[in-house]
Structure formats: C-alpha cells, structure tokens
Design a protein around this ligand. Structure first.
Ligand SMILES: [Mg+2]
Length: 175
C-alpha cells in the first residue's frame, strides 16, 4: 500500500464538538490533544465557551484525558487550560513533531492511543502524523486569523483541495 502523505488526516469533521466521546472510547483512544486557535475557539475568544467546557467535561466523564496542543504562546494557552482544568503544551512548533513526542513521553502516553485534532493540515495534521497519533482535521471555526496563519492558510487550502478532490480522508462518521 502506498504510504499516506503526512498532511492527510485519518478522518475529517466539521467541528471538534460534533465528535462524541464514545467515538474515541470505542477506538481505544485514551487522550485527545486539541489545537486551540480556530479548533477549540476563535481568535476573538479569550476563554473557553460553555460548549467547550461541556465538551471537555464529557470527555473526562468517558475517562478520556484532554490536552491543549498549541503553537500559540503560553499566556493564551494557559488561560484556556486553567479554565478547562486541563494541562497543555504550548509553542509546539507544529509541523515539527519533536515537542509533541516529548510531551507524550513525559505523560507516558502511547502515540497510537492518542488523537490530535486541528484545523490546519500543514501544521496540526503533519505533526500528529509524524508523531504517530490518529489525526482529525476540522474546518476553521472562523475565517478571521492573524497574518502569519494566513500564509500557512494558503498551503492548508492547497492540501485541503487535494484531500477533497481525491477523497483521501473520510468523514469520521464513515470510518
Ligand atoms: Mg489552529
């Protein structure tokens, strides 16, 4: 079988919040690592929404650990992790996988039992695939984003086009 491209996610979803915790539990997933910006919250939101709080609570109830895995700086990530009562790893330098792998090792987590969810093929999905996690690509929560992310966004749009036109990644419901 041809090796999967590093930017191709295992599956796709419209939003993280539509994936029920039972989906992860049934696949033997023990930890969900999620990108912050435009995946959990828009850039305008400084704290988690009620939907976000409820979602993380539902995961915990199912026995699934939750971590924020962000390229953003500590301050914003810390505000979210504190409000959610979860740990986080920030300044991950995705698409590099070095810091992500190091975080998993520190936590004693097997990559194949973890999922990485994010809104960018070029950063989130690449780093997750390289580190050996199950990867899920979501749509951007908002089109509003900083300039640097917009540049990354061009590459992301290109990857998404290839994924869609060649049917390389199914919706999570069709796995
Ligand atoms: Mg993002």
């Amino acid at each position: 079988m041809k090796k999967k491209k590093s930017y191709v996610p295992d599956c796709r979803a419209q939003r993280i919040y539509e994936i029920p915790p039972s989906f992860f539990a049934s696949r033997g997933i023990v930890a969900v690592l999620s990108d912050l910006d435009n995946t959990l919250a828009t850039y305008d939101e400084g704290l988690p929404s009620q939907e976000c709080l409820d979602y993380v609570a539902a995961l915990k109830k199912e026995g699934i650990a939750f971590y924020i895995a962000s390229n953003n700086t500590g301050k914003r990530v810390k505000a979210f992790s504190k409000a959610l009562g979860v740990e986080s790893c920030h300044a991950l330098f995705k698409p590099l996988s070095f810091f992500l792998k190091r975080f998993l090792r520190k936590k004693g987590l097997a990559p194949e039992r973890c999922v990485l969810i994010g809104d960018q093929c070029a950063t989130d999905v690449k780093s997750g695939n390289k580190a050996g996690l199950f990867t899920i690509l979501v749509e951007h929560l908002s089109e509003k984003r900083p300039l640097l992310t917009k540049i990354n966004g061009l590459l992301d749009a290109k990857y998404r086009k290839i994924i869609s036109s060649r049917g390389l990644s199914p919706d999570w419901r069709n796995l």
